[in-house]
Design a protein around this ligand. Structure first.
Ligand SMILES: *Cc1c(COP(=O)(O)O)cnc(C)c1O
Length: 191
């Protein structure tokens, strides 16, 4: 079980002591912000993109992150496949599943997940290492984690990124291989 410390929108004064204490896996939700913040320490850490990725930022993202957790549509799969070929750099890819089928949230629908994963592996030639979800706020998270684990199992996918500050214990019970914890480590985000 891996702890991803979500440093997005945190002041460096909050992040630095955690880095100094030995934490080596960090999550960010914006490409430019992550590049600005981590350029200097890039070689010391594993960096994961956990926020939505626009296709026109696929080049930077493929070049900078170790893990991209938010693959969720064909045009992004195509853009990442092209950049992986071009750059010869292969970030691990997770497909984001919108387990609550919330219209405002990114991710493939649970019903469309198998087909999308097959397309990533087939036509786009990508390896899918994991699945990621963000359960709806104000709902019990357990059933969403169980659904994600079930989709992963039937597709032969080993990594499960699920659980945040409020529900990481539940996520671990449901088989998370990594949890993404921000405010419980760094305090509330500004703004
Ligand atoms: C911000 C964020 C987190 C961390 O949230 P906390 O509640 O602060 O732990 C985890 N995952 C994603 C995708 C996020 O955007």
């Amino acid at each position: 079980m891996e702890l991803v410390a979500v440093s997005k929108q945190q002041p460096w004064e909050a992040v630095e002591p955690v880095l100094a204490a030995g934490q080596r896996v960090f999550g960010e939700n914006r490409v430019q912000e992550a590049m600005a913040r981590w350029a200097e320490h890039r070689s010391e850490i594993e960096l994961r993109l956990i926020g939505p990725l626009q296709s026109n930022k696929a080049r930077e993202a493929a070049g900078f992150f170790d893990v991209i957790e938010t693959l969720d549509r064909p045009n992004l799969a195509e853009a990442l496949a092209r950049e992986i070929q071009r750059q010869g750099r292969t970030p691990r890819l997770y497909v984001q599943v919108n387990t609550g089928e919330e219209p405002q949230k990114a991710g493939v629908s649970p019903a469309g997940a198998d087909a999308f994963i097959a397309d990533c592996r087939g036509p786009f030639g990508l390896q899918v290492s994991g699945l990621m979800c963000i359960p709806p706020a104000g709902e019990a998270a357990g059933p969403h984690f169980a659904l994600l684990a079930k989709i992963a199992a039937r597709n032969g996918i080993g990594q499960l990124s699920m659980g945040m500050s409020d529900d990481y214990e539940t996520a671990i019970r449901f088989g998370a291989t990594s949890v993404r914890v921000g405010s419980a480590i760094f305090g509330a985000r500004a703004g």
